[in-house]
Design a protein around this ligand. Sequence first.
Ligand SMILES: CC(C)=CCC/C(C)=C/CC/C(C)=C/CC/C(C)=C/CC/C(C)=C/CC/C(C)=C/CC/C(C)=C/COP(=O)(O)OP(=O)(O)O
Ligand SMILES: O=P(O)(O)OC[C@@H](O)CO
Ligand SMILES: [Mg+2]
Length: 232
Amino acid sequence: MYDYSQWNHIFKLDPNKEISDDELEKICESGTDAILVGGTDDVTLDATISLLVRIRRYAVPCILEVSNLEAVTPGYDFYFIPTVLNSNDPKWIIGMHQQAMKEFAHLVHAEELVMEGYCILNEDCKAAKLTSAVTDLSIEDIVAYAEVSEQLLKLPIFYLEYSGTYGSPQVVEEVSTVLNNTKLFYGGGISSAQQAIEMKQFADTIVVGNIIYDNLQEALLTVKAVKEGATK
Ligand SMILES: CC(C)=CCC/C(C)=C/CC/C(C)=C/CC/C(C)=C/CC/C(C)=C/CC/C(C)=C/CC/C(C)=C/COP(=O)(O)OP(=O)(O)O
Ligand SMILES: O=P(O)(O)OC[C@@H](O)CO
Ligand SMILES: [Mg+2]
């Protein structure tokens, strides 16, 4: 079983976006610690199976981030399960999860499920809109969500999500000071090696998504930057 708590860099592939075999090979052989397959909407079973089969040509760990139950397939190394802590709607905090367990508890291997406490901070991203996330938060509010994750819920991962936009290094730094056991993931808008290094100073793991599709060369440089400059 892989140890996700030691991962510094993750590429997130959107099952809803095209990627050629040549591009996928570069991503999988880049030295990244893992490939996370996930997106907010229109994630289909065909797409999650197809990406799994293609990624399995390589040795890299492969995780499905579950956003809808219809698109779950066996064969991934882990299933990362988001809970949106700053959602206004209990459905996205625990409701979908309760329904999922009601239906699928008999299929679950508990050691493959990893809960991610999301705090979504870009009000314009699809995930924020879908989950009615309350994004107008002070640093103290955000830090308190991190403390809830570690001290009350004892979550393995707290995920600062700025999907589509580069976030505040100050927020990531403040949050990092209150987490000891829960791992801090940062994702959003990383589009250069320098940004990767900046966020990695404070986050345990950085997640790189959209730039894969916009500028593959820059995306690949984020891996090198993190591997050479990892301080945390
Ligand atoms: C092998 C096998 C069959 C095992 C059984 C596994 C199973 C079904 C277990 C059930 C366990 C369980 C509790 C599942 C949870 C079910 C569920 C649907 C929970 C809700 C998850 C959730 C809160 C989704 C909201 C959206 C979200 C936060 C998605 C995370 C990914 C994300 C933020 C993507 C970025 O989105 P964005 O950039 O905004 O948009 P696009 O990239 O799509 O443009
Ligand atoms: O796509 P980007 O903006 O890189 O964000 C990565 C990831 O946090 C999205 O869920
Ligand atoms: Mg995305």
